[in-house]
Design a protein around this ligand. Sequence first.
Ligand SMILES: Cc1cc2nc3c(=O)[nH]c(=O)nc-3n(C[C@H](O)[C@H](O)[C@H](O)COP(=O)(O)O)c2cc1C
Length: 85
Amino acid sequence: MHDVGLATANLLAQATAMGIVTHPMGGFDRKKVADLLNLSKEYNPVAVIAVGYPGDAEKLSKASKEREKAARVRKELGEISFEID
Ligand SMILES: Cc1cc2nc3c(=O)[nH]c(=O)nc-3n(C[C@H](O)[C@H](O)[C@H](O)COP(=O)(O)O)c2cc1C
């Protein structure tokens, strides 16, 4: 899990630097993905990442366009980490 997280973070950073958009997903049907990709039992799908070039936001549905154009919100550092005295 640690390795996948680290690899994902690097992939996202590199893609962004190259003007490529990504959509990482942790919520997906693991069995369906394993079946679809014909994965052997030793592989456990952890994340799915859609990767592509940005399209024209004007062509999106109203809801998707609003979401796409909305300001990005990030969690405060204190929400995802803590200090030990
Ligand atoms: C660990 C993680 C898991 C995610 N899982 C999903 C998911 O299952 N389905 C989904 O639609 N978005 C999921 N997202 C969010 C999207 O990938 C999101 O669009 C992406 O983080 C880009 O966000 P931004 O446009 O605010 O930069 C997940 C994001 C992260 C970081």
